[in-house]
Ligand binder design. Structure first.
Ligand SMILES: Cc1cc2nc3c(=O)[nH]c(=O)nc-3n(C[C@H](O)[C@H](O)[C@H](O)COP(=O)(O)OP(=O)(O)OC[C@H]3O[C@@H](n4cnc5c(N)ncnc54)[C@H](O)[C@@H]3O)c2cc1C
Length: 458
């Protein structure tokens, strides 16, 4: 029997039972008001308070900290950032290389802060293994590997089929690329430890406090207004529900399932010993981790988008998505056929029209935001937060000079074109994956290339 929803597996099995934080009860003032209690909002609060202890920083969270993607994700703390290649095209290769270096450092930064703040988030630094299982995927993998190295990742390694099986025994694996810049985390433990660290520094966090309006100098809630010279929007996949932002970032679904704990005999057959994170080169790609309690948590797209930018109902996902993720799991690992799937859930990520993450502060209005991370926000939110800190403090630093700062993008199309476009896009990706598997062609199908061009994804 699979438990579907309940926010996420990470919540459903949480034993810390943190009591809810009090909502805002009256109007108040702060130096910085932050909307959203996910990684972006909390890391920003953390770094602001750590750097400028006298600042009054208030976080307003509509439900509870970690309600969003930060409490539901796949726990890939890694160096990927949405839009790097586009930033290279816009600002030059060297600027994008600096951005990539900053991301590599960010993985270490998160691990270091977790240690310094005694956050036990099941962190294991096993890197990321990305695998190709069709000839077309192998061609893309080799190109990807070369590109990543050109952005300074000279410590990345390319494996053939045999060497891949030595890392993880995946059915039909033809090759893989491994980077050391990745760590497995328990997303919710990281989030909760971070929220506690913020409070230790004096950050005020109000939960059950939905912000209904953001304007220069104020964040409005049903219980009162927080007046602050800086108001930062850190609402990622939920941004569309804010007035005036329906078409800013598209709330894209990602869904996950997790197995029951697997016995040592199965792990021995999977040969998944050093716990690297696992991804693939399919167009509708998957991501997985070996959890600290010896399960496999695996995620993928499922139903990509709900009409009118609606979000899910507390993490429930469609039965068809559970079935397709289960099939994916057993395609990778046939030995797991019949293994119990204990939990399934989904969440939303924020996707900008050009698929580029951004961080911005308008110094004249004091309004700022960060996000649009697509599926790579666990580490990126930390880099965004340190950058927002520097912007708020008015300091020109190496971080504020990175090419994703102050990037602007056009809005998504209105409905029904938005819904039709996203569903057509993922239908095309699924069909392209199917064709590449069936035909064994070594080149990416024209259908996927077209989908990439039309969508703005590449
Ligand atoms: C299933 C899934 C798997 C993923 N896996 C990975 C992964 O393995 N690695 C990776 O790098 N990234 C992954 N991501 C993406 C990553 O989790 C996110 O990019 C990241 O958590 C975003 O953090 P955030 O704080 O910006 O947004 P969120 O965590 O979504 O936080 C936004 C918060 O704002 C609150 N909020 C929204 N509107 C309001 C309002 N009006 N008033 C007050 N509060 C409001 C929400 O309740 C929420 O708590 C995944 C995402 C999903 C959904």
């Amino acid at each position: 029997m699979t438990i579907n929803g309940g926010i996420s597996f990470w919540y459903a099995t949480d034993t810390t039972h943190q009591p809810p934080r009090a909502p805002l009860t009256t109007g108040t003032t702060a130096d910085v008001a932050i909307v959203g209690g996910g990684y972006t909002g909390l890391w920003t609060a953390y770094y602001l308070k750590r750097t400028a202890p006298d600042l009054r920083v208030t976080v307003l969270e509509q439900k509870f900290c970690g309600y969003g993607a930060s409490g539901r994700n796949g726990g890939w703390l890694y160096n990927g950032i949405a839009g790097r290649d586009r930033y290279a095209a816009l600002h030059g290769h060297e600027a994008a290389r600096r951005l990539q270096h900053a991301m590599n450092d960010t993985v270490t930064e998160v691990v270091d802060v977790a240690t310094a703040e005694s956050i036990d988030a099941d962190i294991h630094r096993g890197g990321v293994l990305e695998v190709a299982r069709t000839p077309a995927q192998l061609t893309r993998l080799k190109a990807f590997h070369t590109t990543e190295r050109s952005f300074g990742e000279t410590d990345r390694e390319l494996y053939d089929a045999t060497a891949t099986r030595d890392r993880i025994d995946i059915a039909d694996a033809l090759g893989s690329s491994w980077t050391p810049h990745g760590a497995r985390v328990h997303p919710l433990k990281l989030l909760r430890g971070l929220a506690t660290a913020c409070e230790r520094l004096g950050v005020v966090i109000h939960e059950s406090t939905p912000v209904t309006g953001i304007a220069p100098g104020r964040a409005t809630t049903p219980y009162g207004t927080v007046r602050a010279p800086y108001v930062l929007r850190c609402t990622e996949g939920f941004t569309a529900s804010l007035k005036g932002h329906r078409r800013t970032w598209l709330p894209m679904n990602s869904s996950m399932i997790v197995t029951a704990p697997l016995p040592p005999s199965v792990w021995a057959r999977l040969n998944w010993a050093d716990a690297p994170l696992l991804g693939d080169m399919a167009h509708a790609y998957m991501y997985a981790q070996r959890t600290a309690d010896d399960r496999i948590a695996i995620g993928g797209r499922g139903v990509p988008y709900r009409f009118g930018s609606r979000t899910d109902n507390d993490g429930r996902t469609q039965p068809a998505t559970i079935a397709s993720l289960t099939t994916l799991l057993t395609t990778f690992f046939p030995v797991l056929t019949g293994t119990e799937i204990t939990h399934a859930w989904s969440g939303v990520l924020g996707v900008p029209r050009d698929w580029c993450a951004t961080v911005t502060l308008d110094a004249t209005t004091g309004l700022g935001w960060a996000g649009g991370y697509v599926g790579s926000g666990v580490a990126t939110a930390n880099l965004a937060a340190r950058t927002l800190r520097d912007l708020v403090l008015g300091e020109a630093t190496a971080l504020t000079a990175l090419p994703w700062v102050h990037h602007r993008v056009r809005r998504w199309e209105p409905e029904p074109f938005r819904w039709l476009g996203v569903h057509a896009l993922y239908a095309a990706y699924r069909e392209a994956d199917r064709r590449e598997t069936k035909t064994r062609t070594p080149t990416t199908t024209p259908l996927a290339r077209l989908a990439n061009r039309v969508s703005g994804r590449s």
